[in-house]
Design a protein around this ligand. Structure first.
Ligand code: NAD
Length: 508
Protein backbone atom coordinates (compact mmCIF):
# COMPACT_ATOMS: atom_id res chain seq x y z
CA UNK A 1 0.00 0.00 0.00
CA UNK A 2 2.86 2.43 0.72
CA UNK A 3 4.26 4.08 -2.31
CA UNK A 4 7.96 4.65 -1.65
CA UNK A 5 8.29 6.69 -4.85
CA UNK A 6 6.32 9.57 -3.36
CA UNK A 7 7.55 12.09 -0.86
CA UNK A 8 4.13 12.32 0.75
CA UNK A 9 3.51 9.18 2.81
CA UNK A 10 -0.18 9.53 3.55
CA UNK A 11 -0.58 6.39 5.66
CA UNK A 12 2.19 7.46 8.07
CA UNK A 13 1.30 11.13 8.03
CA UNK A 14 -2.37 10.57 8.88
CA UNK A 15 -2.08 7.39 10.92
CA UNK A 16 -4.15 9.10 13.64
CA UNK A 17 -7.16 9.43 11.35
CA UNK A 18 -8.78 11.67 8.77
CA UNK A 19 -11.00 13.74 11.09
CA UNK A 20 -9.69 17.03 12.49
CA UNK A 21 -11.82 18.09 15.42
CA UNK A 22 -10.96 20.68 18.07
CA UNK A 23 -7.34 20.89 16.97
CA UNK A 24 -6.44 17.22 16.69
CA UNK A 25 -6.67 14.28 14.35
CA UNK A 26 -9.06 11.47 15.26
CA UNK A 27 -10.50 8.40 13.60
CA UNK A 28 -14.01 8.39 12.18
CA UNK A 29 -16.56 6.29 14.03
CA UNK A 30 -18.94 5.30 11.21
CA UNK A 31 -17.63 1.73 11.29
CA UNK A 32 -16.63 1.94 7.62
CA UNK A 33 -13.33 2.66 5.93
CA UNK A 34 -12.45 4.30 2.64
CA UNK A 35 -9.32 4.07 0.51
CA UNK A 36 -7.70 7.06 -1.16
CA UNK A 37 -6.41 5.85 -4.54
CA UNK A 38 -3.56 7.35 -6.54
CA UNK A 39 -5.38 7.84 -9.86
CA UNK A 40 -2.12 7.70 -11.81
CA UNK A 41 -1.52 4.07 -10.78
CA UNK A 42 -4.70 2.72 -9.22
CA UNK A 43 -2.73 1.97 -6.00
CA UNK A 44 -4.36 2.58 -2.62
CA UNK A 45 -2.28 5.16 -0.76
CA UNK A 46 -4.33 5.78 2.39
CA UNK A 47 -7.11 3.90 4.13
CA UNK A 48 -9.03 5.72 6.82
CA UNK A 49 -12.12 5.44 9.01
CA UNK A 50 -15.00 7.50 7.60
CA UNK A 51 -16.80 10.06 9.73
CA UNK A 52 -20.24 9.11 11.00
CA UNK A 53 -22.93 11.36 12.38
CA UNK A 54 -21.34 11.33 15.86
CA UNK A 55 -18.12 12.79 14.42
CA UNK A 56 -20.11 15.54 12.71
CA UNK A 57 -21.83 16.27 16.03
CA UNK A 58 -18.43 16.47 17.78
CA UNK A 59 -17.02 18.80 15.12
CA UNK A 60 -20.07 21.08 15.23
CA UNK A 61 -19.86 21.17 19.05
CA UNK A 62 -16.17 22.15 18.84
CA UNK A 63 -16.97 24.89 16.33
CA UNK A 64 -19.83 26.13 18.49
CA UNK A 65 -17.60 26.30 21.55
CA UNK A 66 -14.91 28.21 19.65
CA UNK A 67 -17.37 30.72 18.17
CA UNK A 68 -17.70 33.28 21.03
CA UNK A 69 -13.94 33.68 21.39
CA UNK A 70 -13.18 33.82 17.68
CA UNK A 71 -16.06 36.09 16.69
CA UNK A 72 -15.22 38.31 19.67
CA UNK A 73 -11.58 38.73 18.63
CA UNK A 74 -10.80 42.05 16.99
CA UNK A 75 -10.49 42.15 13.20
CA UNK A 76 -6.82 42.95 13.78
CA UNK A 77 -6.33 39.79 15.87
CA UNK A 78 -8.00 37.64 13.22
CA UNK A 79 -5.95 39.37 10.55
CA UNK A 80 -2.70 38.64 12.43
CA UNK A 81 -3.63 34.96 12.72
CA UNK A 82 -4.41 34.77 9.00
CA UNK A 83 -1.09 36.43 8.13
CA UNK A 84 0.65 33.73 10.20
CA UNK A 85 -1.50 31.11 8.44
CA UNK A 86 -0.34 32.38 5.03
CA UNK A 87 3.26 32.21 6.23
CA UNK A 88 2.88 28.60 7.45
CA UNK A 89 1.30 27.61 4.12
CA UNK A 90 4.21 29.20 2.27
CA UNK A 91 6.79 27.35 4.43
CA UNK A 92 5.02 24.05 3.81
CA UNK A 93 4.17 24.67 0.13
CA UNK A 94 6.05 21.66 -1.20
CA UNK A 95 4.32 19.24 1.18
CA UNK A 96 0.93 20.57 0.05
CA UNK A 97 1.91 20.22 -3.62
CA UNK A 98 3.06 16.62 -3.11
CA UNK A 99 -0.09 15.61 -1.25
CA UNK A 100 -2.41 17.29 -3.76
CA UNK A 101 -0.63 15.70 -6.72
CA UNK A 102 -0.77 12.30 -5.04
CA UNK A 103 -4.49 12.24 -4.28
CA UNK A 104 -5.67 13.98 -7.48
CA UNK A 105 -3.08 12.89 -10.06
CA UNK A 106 -2.34 16.54 -10.90
CA UNK A 107 1.09 17.16 -12.46
CA UNK A 108 3.43 18.71 -9.90
CA UNK A 109 3.85 21.77 -12.09
CA UNK A 110 0.12 22.46 -11.72
CA UNK A 111 0.02 22.05 -7.94
CA UNK A 112 3.29 23.95 -7.44
CA UNK A 113 2.40 26.84 -9.74
CA UNK A 114 -1.39 27.09 -9.43
CA UNK A 115 -3.14 25.26 -6.58
CA UNK A 116 -0.66 26.00 -3.80
CA UNK A 117 0.37 29.60 -4.65
CA UNK A 118 -3.30 30.45 -5.24
CA UNK A 119 -4.14 29.15 -1.78
CA UNK A 120 -1.33 31.10 -0.11
CA UNK A 121 -2.45 34.25 -1.92
CA UNK A 122 -6.03 33.67 -0.76
CA UNK A 123 -4.87 33.45 2.85
CA UNK A 124 -2.86 36.65 2.46
CA UNK A 125 -5.83 38.39 0.82
CA UNK A 126 -8.26 37.43 3.61
CA UNK A 127 -5.70 38.44 6.24
CA UNK A 128 -5.98 41.97 4.82
CA UNK A 129 -9.71 41.81 4.08
CA UNK A 130 -10.49 40.77 7.69
CA UNK A 131 -9.82 44.38 8.71
CA UNK A 132 -12.24 45.81 6.14
CA UNK A 133 -15.54 44.37 7.32
CA UNK A 134 -17.89 47.31 7.13
CA UNK A 135 -21.53 48.22 7.56
CA UNK A 136 -23.28 51.38 6.44
CA UNK A 137 -22.15 54.46 8.31
CA UNK A 138 -24.35 55.93 11.01
CA UNK A 139 -27.00 58.52 10.27
CA UNK A 140 -30.16 60.21 11.62
CA UNK A 141 -32.47 58.81 8.97
CA UNK A 142 -35.67 59.33 10.99
CA UNK A 143 -34.60 62.61 12.56
CA UNK A 144 -35.31 61.33 16.06
CA UNK A 145 -32.97 58.35 15.94
CA UNK A 146 -29.43 57.40 15.10
CA UNK A 147 -29.16 54.26 12.98
CA UNK A 148 -26.17 52.17 12.12
CA UNK A 149 -25.45 48.74 10.76
CA UNK A 150 -23.38 46.07 12.45
CA UNK A 151 -21.89 43.39 10.23
CA UNK A 152 -21.76 40.21 12.29
CA UNK A 153 -20.50 36.68 11.89
CA UNK A 154 -23.24 34.09 11.38
CA UNK A 155 -22.04 31.26 13.63
CA UNK A 156 -20.98 27.74 12.71
CA UNK A 157 -20.66 27.27 8.95
CA UNK A 158 -21.02 23.77 7.48
CA UNK A 159 -19.18 23.48 4.16
CA UNK A 160 -18.98 20.69 1.60
CA UNK A 161 -16.28 20.54 -1.07
CA UNK A 162 -15.62 18.54 -4.26
CA UNK A 163 -12.54 16.54 -5.31
CA UNK A 164 -11.31 18.55 -8.28
CA UNK A 165 -9.41 21.27 -6.38
CA UNK A 166 -9.49 19.95 -2.80
CA UNK A 167 -6.94 22.42 -1.40
CA UNK A 168 -8.28 25.50 -3.17
CA UNK A 169 -11.87 24.59 -2.34
CA UNK A 170 -10.94 24.18 1.34
CA UNK A 171 -9.26 27.59 1.18
CA UNK A 172 -12.18 29.25 -0.63
CA UNK A 173 -14.62 27.91 1.97
CA UNK A 174 -12.59 28.29 5.16
CA UNK A 175 -10.76 31.60 4.69
CA UNK A 176 -13.64 34.06 4.15
CA UNK A 177 -15.73 32.26 6.77
CA UNK A 178 -13.12 32.57 9.50
CA UNK A 179 -11.87 36.00 8.41
CA UNK A 180 -15.42 37.23 9.11
CA UNK A 181 -15.42 35.63 12.58
CA UNK A 182 -17.32 32.39 11.91
CA UNK A 183 -16.12 28.93 12.85
CA UNK A 184 -16.38 26.08 10.38
CA UNK A 185 -16.82 22.36 9.80
CA UNK A 186 -15.72 21.35 6.31
CA UNK A 187 -16.48 18.02 4.69
CA UNK A 188 -14.03 17.35 1.86
CA UNK A 189 -14.84 14.80 -0.85
CA UNK A 190 -14.11 11.33 0.50
CA UNK A 191 -11.71 10.69 -2.42
CA UNK A 192 -9.43 13.60 -1.48
CA UNK A 193 -9.12 14.39 2.24
CA UNK A 194 -5.33 14.87 2.50
CA UNK A 195 -4.81 18.57 1.79
CA UNK A 196 -7.88 19.67 3.77
CA UNK A 197 -6.35 17.92 6.78
CA UNK A 198 -2.97 19.56 6.15
CA UNK A 199 -4.75 22.91 5.80
CA UNK A 200 -6.50 22.52 9.17
CA UNK A 201 -3.24 21.46 10.83
CA UNK A 202 -1.53 24.53 9.38
CA UNK A 203 -4.27 26.72 10.86
CA UNK A 204 -3.51 25.30 14.31
CA UNK A 205 0.23 25.76 13.74
CA UNK A 206 -0.46 29.41 12.92
CA UNK A 207 -2.17 29.88 16.28
CA UNK A 208 -5.80 29.82 15.11
CA UNK A 209 -7.66 28.49 18.17
CA UNK A 210 -8.82 24.88 18.38
CA UNK A 211 -12.35 24.38 17.07
CA UNK A 212 -12.27 27.31 14.62
CA UNK A 213 -11.43 24.97 11.71
CA UNK A 214 -12.69 21.36 11.77
CA UNK A 215 -12.66 18.69 9.08
CA UNK A 216 -15.01 15.70 8.87
CA UNK A 217 -14.22 13.22 6.13
CA UNK A 218 -17.24 11.10 5.39
CA UNK A 219 -19.73 10.12 2.74
CA UNK A 220 -22.10 12.72 1.30
CA UNK A 221 -25.26 10.85 2.19
CA UNK A 222 -24.22 10.28 5.79
CA UNK A 223 -21.79 12.93 7.06
CA UNK A 224 -22.73 15.50 4.38
CA UNK A 225 -26.48 15.42 4.89
CA UNK A 226 -26.09 15.35 8.67
CA UNK A 227 -23.89 18.46 8.52
CA UNK A 228 -26.33 20.33 6.27
CA UNK A 229 -29.33 19.48 8.45
CA UNK A 230 -27.57 20.05 11.79
CA UNK A 231 -29.55 22.42 14.03
CA UNK A 232 -26.40 24.11 15.36
CA UNK A 233 -25.09 24.91 11.88
CA UNK A 234 -26.18 28.38 10.80
CA UNK A 235 -25.08 28.33 7.17
CA UNK A 236 -24.36 25.81 4.42
CA UNK A 237 -21.77 26.52 1.77
CA UNK A 238 -21.60 23.85 -0.92
CA UNK A 239 -19.41 23.39 -4.00
CA UNK A 240 -20.14 20.42 -6.22
CA UNK A 241 -22.51 19.17 -8.87
CA UNK A 242 -25.88 20.77 -9.57
CA UNK A 243 -27.66 17.47 -8.85
CA UNK A 244 -26.21 17.17 -5.32
CA UNK A 245 -26.59 20.93 -4.83
CA UNK A 246 -30.36 20.58 -5.27
CA UNK A 247 -30.49 17.93 -2.54
CA UNK A 248 -28.35 20.09 -0.25
CA UNK A 249 -30.65 23.05 -0.93
CA UNK A 250 -33.70 21.01 0.08
CA UNK A 251 -32.18 20.07 3.43
CA UNK A 252 -30.77 23.53 4.12
CA UNK A 253 -34.07 25.18 3.24
CA UNK A 254 -36.08 22.86 5.46
CA UNK A 255 -33.87 23.92 8.39
CA UNK A 256 -33.89 27.63 7.33
CA UNK A 257 -30.18 28.09 6.76
CA UNK A 258 -28.23 30.69 4.86
CA UNK A 259 -27.17 28.94 1.65
CA UNK A 260 -24.32 29.43 -0.79
CA UNK A 261 -24.14 27.10 -3.81
CA UNK A 262 -21.26 26.84 -6.28
CA UNK A 263 -22.41 24.26 -8.82
CA UNK A 264 -21.60 22.85 -12.21
CA UNK A 265 -20.56 24.66 -15.38
CA UNK A 266 -20.38 24.26 -19.16
CA UNK A 267 -18.36 27.29 -20.16
CA UNK A 268 -18.68 28.66 -23.70
CA UNK A 269 -15.64 29.97 -25.58
CA UNK A 270 -16.83 32.34 -28.33
CA UNK A 271 -14.39 33.13 -31.14
CA UNK A 272 -15.42 35.99 -33.44
CA UNK A 273 -14.01 36.15 -36.97
CA UNK A 274 -11.59 39.01 -36.19
CA UNK A 275 -9.97 37.12 -33.28
CA UNK A 276 -6.27 36.32 -33.04
CA UNK A 277 -6.61 32.68 -34.11
CA UNK A 278 -3.28 31.64 -32.64
CA UNK A 279 -4.25 33.06 -29.24
CA UNK A 280 -7.68 31.43 -29.44
CA UNK A 281 -6.22 28.00 -30.26
CA UNK A 282 -3.71 28.19 -27.39
CA UNK A 283 -6.41 29.47 -25.06
CA UNK A 284 -8.82 26.71 -26.07
CA UNK A 285 -6.34 23.90 -25.44
CA UNK A 286 -5.12 25.28 -22.10
CA UNK A 287 -8.62 26.31 -21.06
CA UNK A 288 -10.20 22.95 -21.83
CA UNK A 289 -7.42 20.70 -20.53
CA UNK A 290 -6.63 22.48 -17.25
CA UNK A 291 -6.81 19.96 -14.41
CA UNK A 292 -7.59 17.31 -17.06
CA UNK A 293 -10.78 19.21 -17.79
CA UNK A 294 -12.09 18.70 -14.25
CA UNK A 295 -12.61 22.39 -13.73
CA UNK A 296 -16.04 23.96 -13.35
CA UNK A 297 -14.93 26.95 -15.48
CA UNK A 298 -13.05 24.93 -18.14
CA UNK A 299 -13.70 25.81 -21.77
CA UNK A 300 -16.09 23.10 -22.93
CA UNK A 301 -18.02 24.55 -25.89
CA UNK A 302 -16.06 26.51 -28.50
CA UNK A 303 -18.31 28.51 -30.84
CA UNK A 304 -16.21 29.69 -33.77
CA UNK A 305 -17.46 32.08 -36.42
CA UNK A 306 -17.64 30.23 -39.72
CA UNK A 307 -14.63 31.80 -41.56
CA UNK A 308 -12.28 30.59 -38.77
CA UNK A 309 -14.02 27.33 -37.86
CA UNK A 310 -12.17 24.71 -39.93
CA UNK A 311 -8.74 26.20 -39.27
CA UNK A 312 -9.54 26.42 -35.56
CA UNK A 313 -10.52 22.72 -35.49
CA UNK A 314 -7.35 21.68 -37.36
CA UNK A 315 -4.95 23.68 -35.22
CA UNK A 316 -6.65 22.91 -31.90
CA UNK A 317 -6.50 19.17 -32.65
CA UNK A 318 -2.80 19.42 -33.55
CA UNK A 319 -1.96 21.31 -30.35
CA UNK A 320 -4.00 18.83 -28.25
CA UNK A 321 -2.01 15.98 -29.79
CA UNK A 322 1.25 17.58 -28.58
CA UNK A 323 0.15 17.50 -24.92
CA UNK A 324 2.21 14.96 -22.95
CA UNK A 325 0.26 12.61 -20.68
CA UNK A 326 2.31 10.97 -17.97
CA UNK A 327 3.30 10.40 -14.35
CA UNK A 328 2.21 13.50 -12.38
CA UNK A 329 5.53 13.39 -10.50
CA UNK A 330 7.74 13.20 -13.61
CA UNK A 331 9.19 16.38 -15.06
CA UNK A 332 7.83 16.96 -18.54
CA UNK A 333 4.32 15.71 -17.82
CA UNK A 334 1.65 18.13 -19.01
CA UNK A 335 -1.50 16.21 -18.18
CA UNK A 336 -2.34 13.72 -15.46
CA UNK A 337 -5.16 11.21 -15.16
CA UNK A 338 -8.76 11.88 -14.24
CA UNK A 339 -9.65 11.58 -10.56
CA UNK A 340 -10.74 7.94 -10.79
CA UNK A 341 -11.33 5.10 -13.17
CA UNK A 342 -15.06 5.61 -12.68
CA UNK A 343 -14.77 9.24 -13.79
CA UNK A 344 -12.62 8.17 -16.77
CA UNK A 345 -15.30 5.68 -17.82
CA UNK A 346 -18.02 8.29 -17.39
CA UNK A 347 -16.12 10.72 -19.67
CA UNK A 348 -15.47 7.95 -22.23
CA UNK A 349 -19.20 7.18 -22.19
CA UNK A 350 -20.08 10.73 -23.26
CA UNK A 351 -17.59 10.57 -26.15
CA UNK A 352 -18.62 7.07 -27.22
CA UNK A 353 -22.27 8.07 -27.35
CA UNK A 354 -21.32 11.19 -29.37
CA UNK A 355 -19.73 9.04 -32.09
CA UNK A 356 -23.26 8.28 -33.25
CA UNK A 357 -24.07 11.92 -34.05
CA UNK A 358 -20.77 13.86 -34.17
CA UNK A 359 -17.14 13.56 -35.29
CA UNK A 360 -14.31 12.80 -32.86
CA UNK A 361 -11.48 14.80 -34.44
CA UNK A 362 -8.76 13.66 -32.04
CA UNK A 363 -8.56 11.66 -28.81
CA UNK A 364 -11.54 9.68 -27.60
CA UNK A 365 -9.28 6.86 -26.44
CA UNK A 366 -7.74 5.40 -23.30
CA UNK A 367 -3.96 5.51 -23.79
CA UNK A 368 -2.08 2.23 -24.12
CA UNK A 369 1.15 1.15 -22.40
CA UNK A 370 2.31 2.30 -18.94
CA UNK A 371 -0.60 4.71 -18.57
CA UNK A 372 -3.18 1.95 -18.79
CA UNK A 373 -3.12 1.31 -15.03
CA UNK A 374 -4.09 4.91 -14.32
CA UNK A 375 -7.32 6.78 -15.06
CA UNK A 376 -5.92 8.48 -18.16
CA UNK A 377 -7.93 9.68 -21.15
CA UNK A 378 -6.56 11.33 -24.28
CA UNK A 379 -7.35 15.03 -24.91
CA UNK A 380 -10.43 14.95 -27.10
CA UNK A 381 -11.88 17.31 -29.69
CA UNK A 382 -15.39 16.77 -31.02
CA UNK A 383 -16.91 18.59 -34.02
CA UNK A 384 -20.17 18.53 -36.00
CA UNK A 385 -22.40 18.03 -32.94
CA UNK A 386 -25.85 19.60 -32.76
CA UNK A 387 -26.44 22.31 -30.16
CA UNK A 388 -29.09 20.24 -28.39
CA UNK A 389 -26.96 17.07 -28.21
CA UNK A 390 -25.74 15.58 -24.95
CA UNK A 391 -22.05 16.37 -25.57
CA UNK A 392 -22.90 20.09 -25.97
CA UNK A 393 -25.40 20.35 -23.12
CA UNK A 394 -24.13 18.07 -20.29
CA UNK A 395 -21.23 18.74 -17.93
CA UNK A 396 -18.63 16.11 -18.87
CA UNK A 397 -15.83 17.11 -16.45
CA UNK A 398 -13.00 15.65 -18.51
CA UNK A 399 -10.50 16.67 -21.23
CA UNK A 400 -13.14 17.08 -23.92
CA UNK A 401 -13.81 20.18 -26.04
CA UNK A 402 -16.64 20.40 -28.55
CA UNK A 403 -16.48 22.94 -31.42
CA UNK A 404 -19.50 24.37 -33.25
CA UNK A 405 -19.71 27.04 -35.98
CA UNK A 406 -21.86 30.17 -35.94
CA UNK A 407 -22.65 32.87 -38.51
CA UNK A 408 -23.83 36.11 -36.92
CA UNK A 409 -22.70 37.67 -33.63
CA UNK A 410 -26.29 37.39 -32.37
CA UNK A 411 -26.24 33.65 -33.02
CA UNK A 412 -22.86 33.14 -31.30
CA UNK A 413 -24.07 34.87 -28.15
CA UNK A 414 -27.42 33.06 -28.19
CA UNK A 415 -25.68 29.67 -28.49
CA UNK A 416 -23.27 30.58 -25.66
CA UNK A 417 -26.28 31.24 -23.41
CA UNK A 418 -28.12 28.09 -24.44
CA UNK A 419 -27.41 25.68 -21.56
CA UNK A 420 -28.80 25.61 -18.02
CA UNK A 421 -25.39 26.68 -16.65
CA UNK A 422 -23.83 30.13 -16.25
CA UNK A 423 -20.56 29.95 -14.36
CA UNK A 424 -17.92 31.28 -16.75
CA UNK A 425 -17.37 32.17 -20.42
CA UNK A 426 -14.88 33.83 -22.72
CA UNK A 427 -15.09 36.02 -25.81
CA UNK A 428 -12.28 36.29 -28.37
CA UNK A 429 -12.13 39.36 -30.60
CA UNK A 430 -9.85 42.31 -31.42
CA UNK A 431 -12.88 44.60 -31.77
CA UNK A 432 -13.52 46.30 -28.45
CA UNK A 433 -17.22 46.89 -29.23
CA UNK A 434 -17.88 43.27 -30.14
CA UNK A 435 -16.04 41.98 -27.08
CA UNK A 436 -17.76 44.45 -24.80
CA UNK A 437 -21.16 43.45 -26.13
CA UNK A 438 -20.35 39.79 -25.41
CA UNK A 439 -19.38 40.63 -21.81
CA UNK A 440 -22.75 42.33 -21.33
CA UNK A 441 -24.92 39.71 -22.97
CA UNK A 442 -23.37 36.41 -21.94
CA UNK A 443 -25.09 35.21 -18.78
CA UNK A 444 -22.27 33.98 -16.57
CA UNK A 445 -20.60 34.93 -13.30
CA UNK A 446 -17.30 35.60 -15.10
CA UNK A 447 -16.55 36.59 -18.69
CA UNK A 448 -12.95 36.71 -19.87
CA UNK A 449 -11.89 38.60 -22.98
CA UNK A 450 -9.06 37.01 -24.99
CA UNK A 451 -8.21 34.59 -22.18
CA UNK A 452 -9.92 31.79 -20.28
CA UNK A 453 -9.26 30.47 -16.72
CA UNK A 454 -7.22 33.02 -14.68
CA UNK A 455 -8.68 33.78 -11.25
CA UNK A 456 -7.55 36.26 -8.63
CA UNK A 457 -8.24 36.54 -4.92
CA UNK A 458 -9.57 40.11 -5.23
CA UNK A 459 -12.37 39.21 -7.65
CA UNK A 460 -15.58 37.22 -7.01
CA UNK A 461 -16.16 33.71 -8.33
CA UNK A 462 -19.68 32.33 -8.58
CA UNK A 463 -22.43 31.35 -10.92
CA UNK A 464 -25.59 32.49 -12.64
CA UNK A 465 -28.53 30.16 -13.46
CA UNK A 466 -28.05 26.46 -12.57
CA UNK A 467 -24.41 27.18 -11.62
CA UNK A 468 -25.65 28.45 -8.26
CA UNK A 469 -25.58 31.67 -6.28
CA UNK A 470 -23.26 33.44 -3.90
CA UNK A 471 -19.61 34.34 -4.32
CA UNK A 472 -16.30 32.79 -3.31
CA UNK A 473 -13.13 34.87 -2.89
CA UNK A 474 -12.98 38.69 -2.83
CA UNK A 475 -14.75 40.91 -0.32
CA UNK A 476 -18.05 39.93 -2.02
CA UNK A 477 -17.77 36.60 -0.17
CA UNK A 478 -18.34 38.51 3.08
CA UNK A 479 -21.93 39.06 1.89
CA UNK A 480 -22.38 35.28 2.28
CA UNK A 481 -20.48 34.85 5.53
CA UNK A 482 -21.87 37.79 7.50
CA UNK A 483 -25.29 39.08 8.45
CA UNK A 484 -26.16 42.72 8.93
CA UNK A 485 -28.00 44.08 11.93
CA UNK A 486 -29.77 47.42 12.10
CA UNK A 487 -29.17 49.17 15.44
CA UNK A 488 -31.45 52.15 16.18
CA UNK A 489 -31.01 54.61 19.09
CA UNK A 490 -33.71 56.99 20.21
CA UNK A 491 -32.33 60.53 20.44
CA UNK A 492 -35.35 62.29 22.02
CA UNK A 493 -35.29 60.83 25.55
CA UNK A 494 -39.06 61.46 25.80
CA UNK A 495 -41.45 58.86 27.21
CA UNK A 496 -44.36 59.72 24.92
CA UNK A 497 -43.13 59.44 21.38
CA UNK A 498 -45.08 61.07 18.61
CA UNK A 499 -45.72 57.77 16.82
CA UNK A 500 -47.37 56.23 19.95
CA UNK A 501 -50.53 58.12 18.99
CA UNK A 502 -51.10 55.66 16.16
CA UNK A 503 -51.59 53.04 18.90
CA UNK A 504 -53.25 55.01 21.72
CA UNK A 505 -54.57 58.52 22.28
CA UNK A 506 -55.41 61.34 19.87
CA UNK A 507 -53.26 63.87 18.12
CA UNK A 508 -53.61 67.26 19.91
P1 NAD B 1 -20.46 16.04 -6.07
O1 NAD B 1 -21.63 16.94 -6.14
O2 NAD B 1 -20.64 14.62 -6.43
O3 NAD B 1 -19.84 16.03 -4.60
C1 NAD B 1 -19.45 17.23 -3.97
C2 NAD B 1 -19.43 17.00 -2.46
O4 NAD B 1 -20.76 16.74 -2.02
C3 NAD B 1 -18.59 15.83 -2.00
O5 NAD B 1 -17.92 16.18 -0.79
C4 NAD B 1 -19.63 14.76 -1.73
O6 NAD B 1 -19.22 13.81 -0.75
C5 NAD B 1 -20.78 15.59 -1.20
N1 NAD B 1 -22.09 14.97 -1.31
C6 NAD B 1 -22.52 14.00 -2.17
N2 NAD B 1 -23.80 13.70 -1.93
C7 NAD B 1 -24.21 14.48 -0.91
C8 NAD B 1 -25.44 14.63 -0.21
N3 NAD B 1 -26.52 13.91 -0.52
N4 NAD B 1 -25.52 15.54 0.79
C9 NAD B 1 -24.44 16.30 1.13
N5 NAD B 1 -23.25 16.19 0.50
C10 NAD B 1 -23.13 15.30 -0.51
O7 NAD B 1 -19.33 16.74 -6.96
P2 NAD B 1 -17.88 16.21 -7.31
O8 NAD B 1 -18.06 15.09 -8.28
O9 NAD B 1 -17.09 15.98 -6.07
O10 NAD B 1 -17.24 17.49 -8.02
C11 NAD B 1 -17.49 17.83 -9.34
C12 NAD B 1 -18.60 18.87 -9.45
O11 NAD B 1 -18.27 20.03 -8.68
C13 NAD B 1 -18.81 19.37 -10.86
O12 NAD B 1 -20.19 19.46 -11.13
C14 NAD B 1 -18.18 20.76 -10.84
O13 NAD B 1 -18.65 21.65 -11.81
C15 NAD B 1 -18.48 21.20 -9.47
N6 NAD B 1 -17.58 22.30 -9.06
C16 NAD B 1 -18.07 23.57 -9.04
C17 NAD B 1 -17.24 24.63 -8.67
C18 NAD B 1 -17.76 26.05 -8.65
O14 NAD B 1 -17.06 26.91 -8.16
N7 NAD B 1 -18.97 26.31 -9.14
C19 NAD B 1 -15.91 24.39 -8.33
C20 NAD B 1 -15.45 23.07 -8.36
C21 NAD B 1 -16.30 22.03 -8.72
Amino acid sequence: MHNPGHRFQAQDRFADGAQYIAGRLTKGTSGRTHAVVDPATGDEVYTYELAGTADVDAAVAAAREAFPGWSGATPGERSDALHRFAAVLAERAEEFAQAESLQCGKPLKLTREFDVPGTIDNAAFFAGAARHLQGQSAGEYSGDHTSYVRREAIGVVGSIAPWNYPLQMAAWKILPAIAAGNTIVLKPAELTPLTSLLFAEAATQAGIPDGVVNIVTGLGKEAGEHLVGHPDVAMTSFTGSTAVGKRVAEIATSTVKRLHLELGGKAPFVVFDDADLDAAVHGAVAGSLINTGQDCTAATRAYVQRPLHDEFVRRTAALMESVRLGDPFAPGTDLGPLISHAQRDRVAGFVDRARGYARVVTGGVVPEGDLKRGAYYAPTLVADAAQDSEIVQAEIFGPVLVVLPFDTDDEGIALANDTPYGLAASAWSRDVYRANRATREIKAGCVWVNDHIPIISEMPHGGYKASGFGKDMSTYSFEEYTQVKHVMFDNTAVAEKDWHRTIFGDRP
